[in-house]
Each structure stands twice: as C-alpha cells, then as structure tokens.
Design a protein around this ligand. Sequence first.
Ligand code: SAM
Length: 221
Amino acid sequence: MHVLARARQIQRNLSADGLRATLYKSYYYGLGYVFDAFHERIDTTSPATQETLTENGTPRGDRTAAFPCHPGVLRRALDALAVSANDVFLDIGCGKGRALVVARRYPFQRIIGVDLIPSHIRVCRRNLERLGSRNHQLILGDALKIDYPSDVTVCFLFKPFPEPVILACLARLLPRPRAVILMGSDALKHLPGYRLQETYRHGPSDRFDYLLFTREPGVES
Ligand SMILES: C[S@@+](CC[C@H](N)C(=O)[O-])C[C@H]1O[C@@H](n2cnc3c(N)ncnc32)[C@H](O)[C@@H]1O
C-alpha cells in the first residue's frame, strides 16, 4: 500500500477504533508479514478484495470481510486436539489460506479450503503450492450450497459469516466432524451435538477469541 494511503488508513482507524485497537491492528499486520516472510514469502496478509461483501454490486448481509486468522491462536486450538493422520481439516471461508498454512504443519491426512471468491482460491492455491503442499483440496463455491467431503474431522471457521449462517452451514456437514473451532464468533455458545471443550481469549480485541467444540460421545451424525 502507498505510504500516503497507509497514513490515511491509520488516521481513519485512530478516529474509528482509538489508539489501543489501532496499535494492535498495526502489530497484527506486522505479524502477518513476518508469517508470510517465514513461509517462502507467500501472501496471506495483503488486503483482500471487498468482493466478499457484495454479489453483483449488492451488499450481502450474510458475509463478512476477508481477514486472515491469528496463526498462534489457531495453533493453540489445534494443539488441544491431538491431531492424527486420520484427521481431515476443513476451513470454511479459507481466504488466502493462512489457516491452511498453519494446519499443514500438523499430521492431517488432508487439508481442505472452501471460498466463494475466485481470487482468494487462486492466491490460496499459489501459496500452498509454493510451500510444496501435496495434500490440499480447494473448493470454489458457496459454503451454504456445496457438497462437503464426508471425511472431515476438524472444521475451522474464522467468522466467514454471521452466527445463524454458521449454524446453517455446519448442519450440512455430515457425518459431523469430531471438533469445530469457531474463531471470532463467541456469541455461539451452543452447537447441537457438541460440548464446549475450551474457550480462549486473546489480545485487546475479541476478534481472535476461539471456542473449541468437541462432539458429544455417542453422537455420530
Ligand atoms: C475472515 S476470512 C477468513 C480467512 C481464513 N479462514 C483465515 O482464517 O485466514 C472469511 C472468508 O470467508 C469467505 N466467505 C464468506 N462468505 C462465504 C460463503 N458463503 N462461502 C464460502 N466462503 C465465504 C470470504 O471470501 C473470506 O475469504
């Protein structure tokens, strides 16, 4: 981003969010660029297209803007799950793939990303290929309409859309994954068939908080 445009952005952030949140946002972007640099200079951080919020120019209330997850916070949730080679990871609303890049460090049999924006899927694919990934599957489509693979065991959602849409989306995943990680959606304290195993709060904003749900014993689908 041009220096002047960046300065204007910071000024807008300061008046909208205050100093603390603005400093955190700057730290967060810095962290993202360091993350990318350490991963063969991929791009999970540069501002994403705002296409996400509209369809043919019309605002869509059931979608939220693209924004990459906090890698350390996702790692914390995955560490709690004892991931094995029987597990398959799904990121609903994968954006440019930051979460998939984190997940590929774990022994998942497969990592899957879904996004409805072609440019996100394109960049995500490029990122994963640059890292030499061989076990990824990317699906371009609307999370509320696609058919999901039936072997997903760990599902991650970082606020791709508001809570009622998240629930509708999860209901389409059959059989149910053994774990669901919801980041930045802490209004959803109950998921049918799951128990809330862990909650985690991070930093001054609630953006990267997560809720970790695990399937109730005996509930298969
Ligand atoms: C907040 S970003 C999350 C990015 C990524 N999961 C991560 O953690 O780095 C949300 C993503 O959800 C996608 N999205 C929004 N609505 C969607 C839908 N109905 N179907 C598929 N993807 C959707 C957006 O395009 C955007 O890339």
